[in-house]
Design a binder for this molecule. Structure first.
Ligand code: URA
Ligand code: SF4
Length: 196
């Protein structure tokens, strides 16, 4: 892996910038080769134990959906808006998201993805640079522009499917949009240049 990312990984793994460091087992920096990025919300129980993103129940579902949309997990660098697990999987707090933001900013700066796929309201809110948590229905199914100037598609968080099974189809649909807009040209030839 990239040396700059490895250096940043060490910083994140030792980070004490917000109170989540007191209850975490391991910080979850992220993994995957890229060129694309996928950004979730926060590590869950399994992620906290293993130190890897999306390796629990939501991760299994994510893998299924990726396969259905014809994309490989390893073609994304997968991370979260907060790198440490909130106790009992509660929502991340605004001050925790704020404290952790520089790490996401730096990951994007190093990776320079041609496009970003965002999973869930918290990730969507951060990547759009909004103050209030967004409602996903208003932002799905189109190509948006992230705070980084990089194209962005936002969809539901895979875990939301456990509460509402109908959302699974919507996520697949949005993943297919990502495929058509960005991923297919990556397969066909050179990686499209970042528009940022
Ligand atoms: N949910 C997330 O948002 N991220 C993970 O890494 C796992 C579950
Ligand atoms: Fe640091 Fe982010 Fe973990 Fe908070 S959540 S301790 S800011 S790495």
């Amino acid at each position: 892996m990239n040396l700059l990312l490895e250096e940043l990984r060490k910083q994140v793994e030792d980070c004490t910038r917000c109170p989540l460091h007191t209850s975490r087992t391991r910080a979850v920096f992220g993994e995957g080769d890229g060129p694309f990025m996928m950004v979730g919300e926060a590590p869950g129980r399994q992620e906290d134990i293993q130190g890897r993103p999306f390796v629990g129940q939501a991760g299994r579902l994510l893998n299924e959906i990726l396969a259905e949309a014809g994309m490989e997990r390893n073609h994304f660098f997968i991370t979260n808006v907060v790198k440490c697990r909130p106790p009992n999987n509660r929502n991340p707090r605004p001050e925790e998201i704020e404290a952790c933001r520089p790490y996401l900013d730096r990951q994007v700066e190093i990776i320079r993805p041609p496009a970003i796929l965002s999973l869930g309201r918290f990730s969507g809110t951060v990547l759009l640079g909004r103050k209030r948590i967004i409602t996903l229905r208003d932002y799905r199914r189109r190509v948006l522009k992230s705070i980084y100037g990089i194209p962005l598609i936002i969809t539901y968080h895979p875990a939301s499917v456990f509460r509402n099974p109908r959302l699974r189809e919507h996520i697949v649909e949005d993943f297919r949009l990502f495929y058509r807009q960005f991923y297919s040209s990556f397969l066909d030839g050179p990686v499209p240049g970042s528009s940022g």
